[in-house]
Design a protein around this ligand. Sequence first.
Ligand code: FES
Length: 136
Amino acid sequence: MGTDREIVTLADVPDESTHLFRVDDGEDEREAILVRDGEGVTCWLNYCQHLTHIKLDKGSGATMRDGELVCENHGAYFDTGSGLCTFGPCEGAVLTELEVEIREEAVYLTDEDYTYLGDGPLETDDDLASSSNVEF
Ligand code: FES
């Protein structure tokens, strides 16, 4: 496992939202998000700590308020630097962190527990069910 792989250029990590990508944790494919934190970026698995199947970034960027990540389902707030839930039903819980590094204006996944798969969300069964192959 582990790839030390470029995820995105630093300039393409949004200021007030998240960059969504996919990783393999050795057992499953998962979603992860990059978020700006001061001059740097942090990286978290894209799952709320209240209900862990709920995604913070549902495909068009996570909501942020006052510099914190917000879970839209029940309003939990997460500190972008520590991943700590500062408010909401899972207050005190912490998002799962992935190690990343900035080199020459690009963000690299350096976490040995994860392999980079690609940009964007995982394709789910729901997506498959809703995308019809029938042509009219
Ligand atoms: S699922 Fe995120 S706050 Fe409830």
